[in-house]
Design a protein around this ligand. Sequence first.
Ligand code: FES
Length: 147
Amino acid sequence: MEQPLPYSEKVMDHFTNPRNVGELADASGVGTVGNPICGDVMRMYLKIENDIITDAKFKTFGCGAAVATSSMVTEMVKGKSIEEALKISNKAVAEALGGLPPIKMHCSVLAEEALRSAIMDYYKKQGKEPPFKAPEHGGHGQDGHNH
Ligand code: FES
């Protein structure tokens, strides 16, 4: 008998039909981050007007779980203020997708960090101090991986 896939229907939906793939030519902030666990790369583009995220797009050299989480994150942040967007954790994204296998939780960190890095870039471009620190690897305690 075939093993059922370890992915929820929502993950499969966002993987096979990802939302917001591409670039924003007039992005207010762009963030690129690499995943220290697998070496995959994520880039996120944000359009921000009056501290509200009005558009978001992403590109990735990442796995299916990275595609699905980024697709979900770009959907979740649209219309949110920067403050609200910064509260979105990789766990919240994974939950919104109906869960991820534990071994793939590190992929969702890539989406969260790319989002923070794009917001950071926005602040930098504005000549302002970001209200948080640069994404740091290993500080998340996200899933017990520490290699
Ligand atoms: Fe690299 Fe998922 S295996 S992001």
